[in-house]
Design a protein around this ligand. Structure first.
Ligand SMILES: NC(=O)c1ccc[n+]([C@@H]2O[C@H](COP(=O)([O-])OP(=O)(O)OC[C@H]3O[C@@H](n4cnc5c(N)ncnc54)[C@H](O)[C@@H]3O)[C@@H](O)[C@H]2O)c1
Ligand SMILES: O=C(O)C(=O)C[C@]1(C(=O)O)C=C[C@@H](O)C=C1
Length: 366
């Protein structure tokens, strides 16, 4: 018999997890979203089966509840569910990027005997919405689980079974450790990316050439500044304490960088870059999960007639299928950036090789 899943928040992450659940379980998925259009899109894409059941009623029917809204909303939803009569065996989890405040908000559910286990798939994108959802978004990525100390280990096992279609690697830790670690590797870098973009924006008011000149390096380091401002507003306010400490450390680091620039010897400057390169190059490379799951390839193209058909013909000759093609930007009326999407990493790499052989400049992240 089909089991019932309630998905609250039919955006990128919720829909990606829902697609992964469908791959391994026979389920009927009820979707709920404050934005009816978002839910409607998820239904028309076949990600959810129903979108008109009132929230509390859906919660009572559910065998599994997945909360995938921005983290402040998730807190409020947890408090709302604490007043519902839920099935005894139901497991409630979330996908939020922070965990301490969410675990606190879930305490009311535990008091009524329900099981909430915090969850955070450590992969995603700057894109939002059901339209960008992928069943394999989390393949090989870490998926952090934060059960309360009193949660029975078999309940954690049951949650992993629900989520096995993600093909993610589960890691169990407590909420405080989660918030510190993700503060360092995810939340803080998003703050820096946003501040770098604003820094450049300030200068661009006086120097209009700047925006056109912002090339690969700037784009690589600031892609994540295109993420949802609402999502990041909530994450920063949830993880304020860790972020303030990280900012203080960063300011000290910047003082040291300032000293190096002002008076560092060539050897010291070399050492600074060399140390960073060595550590960056040693980071493990994940072949799937996170943004590469979209297998996008960016190509700089001259803005002239026939260039797109030239590129598509080159790829067709090599039997490389393109799943999507889009001009995403016109630079100074001379260059454009073409985004080509592929179904697999192999296709993307083959396309990259092929286009580079024909003197196109390509890159993998924007
Ligand atoms: N985007 C990422 O890279 C990423 C990765 C891992 C985890 N997360 C977490 O996943 C969650 C969702 O992010 P997303 O990227 O899917 O964003 P999204 O904008 O694609 O989706 C969020 C959805 O939640 C809906 N929503 C907002 N408030 C709601 C409420 N009260 N009730 C029901 N629906 C509500 C929105 O209308 C939207 O459809 C966030 O908590 C975020 O921290 C994001
Ligand atoms: O790839 C991106 O765009 C992301 O920012 C994904 C990312 C991250 O920082 O790595 C963002 C937030 C999440 O909670 C998990 C993953």
């Amino acid at each position: 018999m089909k089991r019932t899943v309630l998905l609250v928040g039919t955006g990128l992450i919720g829909c990606s997890v829902a697609l992964a659940i469908r791959q391994e379980h026979d389920v009927h998925i009820i979707g709920h979203d404050v934005n009816e259009e978002h839910c409607g899109l998820a239904k028309s894409l076949g990600i959810i089966d129903e979108n008109e059941v009132p929230l509390e009623e859906a919660a009572q029917l559910a065998d599994f509840i997945l909360l995938a809204a921005p983290v402040q909303e998730t807190e409020a939803l947890l408090r709302r569910f604490a007043g519902c009569t839920l099935k005894e065996h139901v497991i409630i989890t979330d996908v939020g990027s922070t965990k301490s405040q969410i675990m606190e908000a879930a305490a009311g559910l535990a008091e009524q005997g329900a099981t909430f286990i915090g969850g955070h798939p450590m992969a995603g994108s700057h894109k939002t919405g059901a339209g960008s959802a992928k069943a394999h978004l989390f393949e090989n990525a870490f998926y952090i689980l934060t059960p309360a100390p009193y949660t029975a280990p078999e309940r954690v096992g049951q949650l992993q079974d629900w989520l096995k279609g993600t093909k993610a690697r589960f890691l169990v830790m407590d909420a405080a450790q989660h918030d510190f670690l993700t503060g360092v590797v995810s939340h803080f870098p998003h703050l820096i990316a946003a501040s770098l973009v604003r820094h450049m924006h300030g200068y661009s008011q006086q120097h209009e050439l700047l925006t056109g000149l912002a090339a690969g390096g700037f784009r690589d380091i600031t892609r994540i500044a295109s993420s949802s401002p609402l999502m990041w507003r909530d994450i920063v306010s949830h993880n304020q304490g860790n972020l303030l400490e990280l900012l203080d450390d960063w300011m000290e680091e910047m003082q040291e960088v300032r000293r190096l620039v002002a008076e560092g010897s060539p050897d010291e400057l070399y050492g600074y870059f060399h140390g960073a390169k060595q550590f960056r190059d040693s980071l493990p490379i994940r072949t799937k999960g996170a943004i590469p799951s979209f297998y996008d390839l960016y190509v700089d193209v001259l803005d002239r007639a026939g260039v797109i058909s030239h590129i598509t013909t080159l790829l067709a000759k090599e039997n490389i299928s393109i799943t999507n093609i889009r001009i995403i930007e016109a630079r100074e009326d001379v260059f454009g950036v073409l985004r080509l999407s592929f179904q697999t990493e192999e296709d993307r790499l083959q396309a990259k090789r092929c286009l580079e052989q024909h003197s196109y400049e390509t890159y993998i992240t924007m």
